[in-house]
Design a protein around this ligand. Structure first.
Ligand SMILES: Cc1cc2nc3c(=O)[nH]c(=O)nc-3n(C[C@H](O)[C@H](O)[C@H](O)COP(=O)(O)OP(=O)(O)OC[C@H]3O[C@@H](n4cnc5c(N)ncnc54)[C@H](O)[C@@H]3O)c2cc1C
Length: 298
């Protein structure tokens, strides 16, 4: 039985909103949600609906007022920059402290408990905040997505669009990729000696129907891939069905990002590489030689 009466879910994107809605349904009897792109979601009990054209940041004052008036037992947010900002403002308003990067949540004795990784994944920390008004920023893939059931009731959110008029938009070229949705993740590491060699991994990923990710040195050191693709404690935390680690040593800061993967496959030329202690299938080989052969063989 759910332990809390009302849980408020706030997310910008539909995918993350669905995960939070699933988690919220385990915790509370009534789930109210606001999702910027969530018009198609038929889950939860009440959808807060702002007027057409109201941007997420413009809805923040109304969401603060709603939380203050309704005093939900707990508020779950996704971990985007805007949601982190909102979590801080909510905490100041409600006199609490946000529980950050929660990987699981539970309720005990009127408190919201959150478990999250610390020390680069070497330990888990359990924290709690009293309810009502406990706030948690929930890590990606902490919950499975809620499926559509029945349409929620709708309640107007009195948010006002900014009087500032946009006269033109110049798009910043940033890569947008949703690795959280990838069932198969092909990650590359420093075993690739040159940017041109990444084509081998891209061909392999296409062949197995996977998305490409990388270790931090490939993104932040070499600059061969955008930061939207690096996986680990300071990047993305993912839960693919299958993870291929290609030319990756298997340091904890990277591997915690995929420790929920169902199957881990590693290719590394060093038989003593730590990744071989953490994989289900391991191939001792150079990626440059192995990948074309695997593409032919699979
Ligand atoms: C605070 C902190 C946070 C961090 N956060 C992250 C994070 O979020 N994500 C992350 O990824 N890292 C993170 N790191 C860095 C992390 O500790 C490792 O340094 C990094 O993950 C190593 O990347 P790598 O496996 O690509 O490179 P390396 O450790 O250099 O490993 C390369 C591997 O490739 C193998 N190899 C070499 N040539 C070949 C070949 N031809 N074929 C096959 N294999 C080959 C080698 O045997 C080696 O095992 C963090 C570090 C710190 C200190």
């Amino acid at each position: 039985m759910a332990d809390a009466k009302t849980i408020l879910v706030i997310a910008e994107g539909e995918d993350r909103a669905r995960e939070l809605l699933y988690g919220a349904a385990q915790l509370g009897e009534r789930v109210v949600f606001y999702c910027q792109d969530g018009g198609a979601i038929n889950a939860g009990d009440v959808r807060l609906k702002a007027q057409e054209g109201v941007a997420f940041v413009e809805a923040i004052p109304a969401l603060l007022a709603f939380a203050e008036a309704e005093k939900p037992d707990a508020i779950l947010l996704e971990t985007t920059q805007n949601c982190r900002l909102l979590a801080g403002e909510l905490a100041a308003k409600l006199g609490t402290t946000p529980l950050c990067d929660a990987q699981s949540l539970s309720i005990e004795n009127g408190k919201l408990f959150s478990e999250r990784m610390v020390y680069g994944g070497a330990a888990n920390r359990v924290e709690n905040e009293p309810m009502p008004g406990a706030i948690a920023l929930v890590a990606a893939a902490a919950y499975q997505p809620a499926e559509d059931a029945q349409a929620p009731a709708e309640q107007a959110l009195e948010a006002v669009a900014s009087p500032v008029k946009v006269t033109g938009i110049e798009e910043k070229v940033v890569e947008s990729v949703n690795l959280a949705a990838a069932k198969t993740l092909v990650c590359v590491g420093r075993g690739f000696g040159a940017e041109e060699e990444l084509k081998l991994a891209e061909d392999f990923a296409r062949h197995v129907g996977g998305e490409i990710g990388c270790t931090r040195p490939i993104s932040e050191g070499e600059g061969w891939m955008s930061s939207a693709r690096y996986v680990g404690v300071s990047g993305l935390m993912l839960k693919p069905d299958v993870y291929f680690g290609l030319g990756i040593s298997g340091q904890v800061q990277h591997m915690v990002g995929v420790n929920g993967a169902r199957v881990v496959v590693a290719v590394n030329k060093d038989p003593k590489a730590p990744i071989f202690d953490q994989c289900d299938l391991g191939l001792v080989a150079s990626v440059q030689e192995a990948l074309p052969l695997l593409v032919d063989a699979l």
